[in-house]
Design a protein around this ligand. Structure first.
Ligand code: PRP
Length: 197
């Protein structure tokens, strides 16, 4: 469940310099950790005895992947891809470029793609097609956040953390102009925050 308005005490004391820019907390750190523990347990059951490779989509997903991986009580490996879709703007362009490719050969591996947020779904749609062509034994998706009713393409997401409204959010890996990634919660920004970047 998503908290409407977290208390100010959750806000204060983490990154003081960000506080003037934060409007409200959508998902608290405690809610994120509880959800990842639940997803990690499900993934642990589903992949027991298999060759699990977590693929994180940089940069945003590195925070989710770091925590999620520690809730999966199985041997597993990490790999990362870097793609570009947003640039410095807050809207999806639909253009996906691979900036860094995987180190692993996916053939025969059970691949779980880890994303921080699915917005239009265009990035994920592109990545799934691209990874499927490399013949993994299986390919599924774990996403911390999914914006409701915004996907422009049908997507099958096996593990979803939270569904959120169509608002621009930062924190827990998500940035605005590269800031706010190290917040432990998901928050919206005040309109003035977009001016000074
Ligand atoms: C975000 C996010 C997804 C993508 C989702 O990455 O991590 O990869 O956008 O958008 P879509 O569903 O509309 O395609 P971003 O391009 O902001 O890069 P970053 O993780 O490096 O901040």
């Amino acid at each position: 469940m998503v908290t409407d308005q977290a208390s100010l005490s959750t806000l204060t004391g983490h990154v003081e310099a960000y506080e003037p820019d934060i409007d409200r907390i959508l998902i608290t750190s405690e809610e994120i950790q509880a959800k990842l523990a639940e997803l990690g347990a499900r993934i642990g059951n589903d992949y027991a005895g298999r060759k699990l490779l977590l693929v994180g989509v940089l940069k945003g997903a590195f925070v989710v992947m770091a925590d999620l991986a520690r809730y999966i009580r199985l041997p597993l490996e990490f790999d990362f891809m870097a793609v570009s879709s947003y640039g410095a703007a807050t809207q999806t362009s639909g253009v996906v470029r691979i900036l860094k490719d995987l180190d692993h050969d996916l053939e025969g591996l059970d691949v779980l793609l880890v994303e921080d947020i699915i917005d239009s779904g265009l990035t994920l749609n592109y990545l799934l097609k691209n990874l499927r062509a490399r013949k993994p034994a299986s390919l599924e998706v774990a996403a911390l956040l999914r914006k409701v009713d915004l996907q422009r393409v049908p997507l099958d997401i096996r593990y979803t953390g939270f569904e959120i409204p169509n608002e621009f959010v930062v924190g827990y890996g998500l940035d605005y102009a590269e800031r706010f990634r190290n917040l432990p919660y998901i928050a919206t920004l005040r309109p003035e925050a977009y001016g000074g970047a």
